[in-house]
Design a protein. Structure first.
Length: 640
C-alpha cells in the first residue's frame, strides 16, 4: 500500500470534515417524507382537539336539565339515545341535536331511571390503557420529534450533528485555497521577516534545531486597527504550504457553559490530528483574541466564568502538561493592554510582533499595491500622496484609493488623476463636502476670518504645523477647516513644537476676537484639543517649569463604561491646583502669541478672509502668492 497516498487521503478527509458544509439546492419536487408525516399527524391531533372541544362546548347540558329530561322522557320522548362512559353521558335528542353531560358515577337512581326511560341506552367501560396513552403522550412525542427535527436541521448547516456545540468552528485551508501572499502586503517589512522565519521553521525544522532551537509556541500580532494584521495572517496561509486553521475569538464564547473550553480542546485536537496525518507543522490563527484572552477577574465590572474557563483551556493547550508539538498559534489583536499576563509570557506567545502604522516609504509601497487594481494616470506621484498622509493606516490608504476610483467614475474619467487622489484624501480625513448647507453671509464671514487666523499662524509662528489647504466649505461636521500636513514622519516632539501647535489651534479664536470683538462657538474643538495637549505637556511629558521633570497621574488603560477608571491620582490638592495653573498659563501664553501675530498682520488677515469668501478654497501656494510670501521648494526625496 502507498502510505503517502493514504496520508493524503486521510488529510483530505480531515479537511472535508472541518470545512463548512456547502448549501445544497432544494429538490424540484420540494417533498420530504418526514416533514409530511409530522404535518399529517399534527393536523390529525389538531382536528381531534378542535372538533371535540367545540362539540362539547356547543352541546353542553347541565346535570339538572338532564335529570328533568330523563324523568319525563316517557311522556315527551325528548331523549332518543344515550351512552354512558364512566361519568360522561352523550346522546341524541329527538330534534337531532347531540348533547353531553357529566353525571356522578354512584348515582344509582339516575342510572335506573335512564335504563327505564331512554329507549336506546347503553353503558361502555372507560377507554383502554393504549387509547389513553395515545391521546396523552401522542402530542408530547409529536412535539419532541418536531424539536429534534428543527435542531438537527439547524445545527451544522443542515447536515450537522445535533449536539455539536462543543466542536471547533475552525476552517482548514491549504496553500491552494489562499490567493494572498507576502507580495500583497506592504509597509510591514519587519513583521513579514519574523513570520517568514516561522514559516521556514515549519517547512524545515531541522535547519533551526541543529543548534538546539525550539519552535515558537505562539506569535501575537498587535497594533492599531487597519494596519494589516489579518492580511498578514492570510499571507502566512498562502506562503506556508502547511495546514492552516483559522477562526475568530468570538467563535469560542456561546450562551452554553463550557462550550468555549470544549471548542479550544477540540481545536488543538484537530490540529494534532492534522500534524500526525500530514507529517508537517500546523498553524492556528485566532483573530481578535482579546474576545477570549481578556484579563481574568481583577475586581472591576465582575467576572465572566465562561470566558475565563475558555482562557484557562487555551493556556493549558499552549503550554500545559499536554502540549501540541508542531502546532503554532498566531493571534491578532488591537487591544494588547487588556490581554491576560499569563497569555503573554514566553512559552505561550514567544514572539510579539508590533504591526504599526507605516512610515512614508511603507505608505508608498501600500499605495502601489492598491494602485495595481485601478486605472491610474501616467505621471501620478504616489510619493506626494504618501507624504501628505502621515498617520494613515493600510486600511485608510486602501480606502483612499478606492474613493478616488469611485470619484473618477462619478466624473466620467477614464483614469484616476492626482486631483481625485487629493480629493479622496480630504474625504477620508474630514468627510464629504456639504455644499448644500445654507450659511448666512454673516456666518460665512466669521468662518472666513476664523480659518484665515489658523492659516496665518502657520506662516508667522516658526514651529507651527505647515499649511496645506484652507477652505470655508463645510465638510463632515466642520463648517470650514484648515489642513496642516507635516513635511515628514516625526516620532519625537519638542516643547516649542507643542507650543506652536497650540498657538495654531487658538489662531481662529484670536482672529474672531480681533475682528469682531466677540467670540463664537466655532472654536469649541480647537480649544478642546489645545487644552488636552497642554495637559499632556504638564502631566505626562514633564514640560512644566513649576512641576519640573515629573509625571503625575498613572493611567493603566482599564476602561469601564467608556471611562478610564483605573487612573491613579498620585498627587495632592496643592499639586492639582498647580497643574490647573500651568495649563491655563500655557493656553494664555499661546493665545497671546497668536493674537500678537495677527494684530501685526491685520491687513494680511483681512485680505485672506475676503479672498476666502470669494474663492472658498485656497492651497498653500495660492496663499503665499496672495500674501506676497516666498514659495517653499518641495522635498523631492519622498517621491520615490
Amino acid at each position: 500500500m502507498n502510505l503517502d497516498s493514504q496520508d493524503d487521503n486521510d488529510l483530505k478527509q480531515e479537511k472535508d470534515s472541518n470545512e463548512e458544509p456547502k448549501p445544497t439546492k432544494p429538490s424540484n419536487n420540494g417533498k420530504n417524507p418526514f416533514v409530511w408525516v409530522l404535518v399529517a399527524v399534527g393536523l390529525f391531533y389538531l382536528y381531534q382537539w378542535i372538533f371535540t372541544s367545540y362539540e362539547e362546548i356547543s352541546n353542553r347540558m347541565t346535570y339538572r336539565e338532564f335529570y328533568q329530561a330523563v324523568s319525563t322522557n316517557s311522556h315527551n320522548g325528548r331523549i332518543v339515545s344515550a351512552l354512558k362512559v364512566s361519568d360522561h353521558v352523550s346522546g341524541k335528542l329527538n330534534d337531532g341535536k347531540i348533547f353531553n353531560v357529566t353525571v356522578p358515577e354512584n348515582d344509582t337512581e339516575l342510572l335506573k331511571m335512564m335504563a327505564q326511560e331512554i329507549p336506546d341506552f347503553d353503558i361502555k367501560p372507560p377507554q383502554t390503557f393504549l387509547s389513553n396513552l395515545f391521546y396523552t403522550l401522542g402530542p408530547m412525542i409529536l412535539f419532541m420529534l418536531f424539536l429534534w427535527f428543527v435542531v438537527y436541521r439547524g445545527s451544522g448547516g443542515g447536515g450537522g450533528k445535533m449536539f455539536s456545540f462543543g466542536k471547533s468552528r475552525a476552517k482548514l485551508a491549504n496553500k491552494e485555497d489562499i490567493n494572498v501572499t507576502f507580495d500583497d502586503v506592504a509597509g510591514v517589512e519587519e513583521a513579514k521577516e519574523e513570520l517568514r522565519e516561522v514559516i521556514e521553521f515549519l517547512k524545515d525544522p531541522k535547519k533551526f534545531q541543529v543548534l538546539g532551537g525550539k519552535m515558537p509556541k505562539g506569535v501575537l500580532l498587535m497594533g492599531p486597527p487597519g494596519t494589516g494584521k489579518t492580511l498578514l495572517a492570510k499571507a502566512v496561509a498562502g506562503e506556508a504550504g502547511v495546514p492552516f486553521l483559522s477562526l475568530s475569538g468570538s467563535d469560542f464564547v456561546e450562551m452554553f457553559v463550557g462550550v468555549g473550553a470544549s471548542r479550544v480542546r477540540d481545536l488543538f485536537g484537530q490540529a494534532k490530528r492534522t500534524v500526525k496525518i500530514s507529517q508537517k507543522g500546523c498553524i492556528i490563527f485566532i483573530d481578535e483574541i482579546d474576545a477570549v484572552g481578556r484579563q481574568r477577574f481583577s475586581g472591576i465590572g465582575g467576572g465572566h466564568d465562561e470566558r475565563e474557563q475558555t482562557l484557562n483551556a487555551l493556556l493549558s493547550e499552549m503550554d500545559g502538561f499536554d502540549t501540541s508539538p508542531g502546532v503554532i498559534l498566531v493571534a491578532a489583536t488591537n487591544r494588547p493592554d487588556v490581554l491576560d499576563p499569563a497569555l503573554l509570557r514566553p512559552g505561550r506567545f514567544d514572539r510579539q510582533i508590533v504591526v504599526d502604522r507605516p512610515d512614508v516609504t511603507g505608505r508608498i509601497a501600500i499605495l502601489k499595491v492598491h494602485a495595481k487594481n485601478v486605472k491610474l494616470a501616467k505621471g501620478v506621484d504616489l510619493g506626494k500622496i504618501a507624504k501628505q498622509t502621515a498617520g494613515f493606516s493600510g486600511a485608510d490608504l486602501a480606502n483612499l484609493v478606492n474613493e478616488a476610483a469611485l470619484l473618477g467614475a462619478r466624473r466620467n474619467k477614464k483614469e484616476i488623476t492626482l486631483a481625485e487622489l487629493q480629493e479622496s484624501m480630504e474625504r477620508v480625513m474630514a468627510g464629504p463636502e456639504r455644499k448644500s448647507r445654507k450659511i448666512s453671509d454673516d456666518e460665512k464671514q466669521i468662518i472666513a476670518y476664523h480659518e484665515a487666523g489658523h492659516a496665518l499662524i502657520s506662516f508667522f509662528v516658526k514651529d507651527a504645523d505647515p499649511l496645506h489647504k484652507v477652505t470655508i466649505i463645510s465638510r463632515g461636521m466642520a463648517l470650514g477647516y484648515t489642513m496642516h500636513l507635516p513635511q515628514r514622519d516625526q516620532y519625537l516632539y519638542r516643547k516649542k513644537q507643542f507650543l506652536g501647535r497650540i498657538a495654531g489651534l487658538l489662531g481662529g479664536r484670536a482672529s474672531e476676537d480681533i475682528t469682531f470683538n466677540e467670540v463664537s462657538t466655532g472654536a469649541e474643538n480647537d480649544i478642546k484639543q489645545a487644552t488636552e495637549l497642554a495637559r499632556d505637556m504638564v502631566t505626562q511629558y514633564g514640560m512644566s517649569d513649576r512641576l519640573g521633570h515629573l509625571t503625575v497621574g498613572r493611567r493603566h488603560g482599564q476602561v469601564f463604561l467608556g471611562r478610564d477608571i483605573s487612573e491613579e491620582r498620585n498627587y495632592s490638592e496643592e499639586t492639582a491646583k498647580m497643574i490647573d495653573q500651568e495649563i491655563k498659563g500655557i493656553i494664555d501664553s499661546c493665545y497671546k502669541t497668536a493674537k500678537g501675530h495677527l494684530l501685526e498682520n491685520k491687513d494680511k488677515l483681512d485680505l485672506l478672509a475676503k479672498t476666502l469668501v470669494d474663492k472658498e478654497t485656497l492651497d498653500e501656494k495660492e496663499v503665499r502668492e496672495l500674501l506676497g510670501l516666498p514659495q517653499v521648494l518641495e522635498d523631492e526625496t519622498v517621491g520615490l
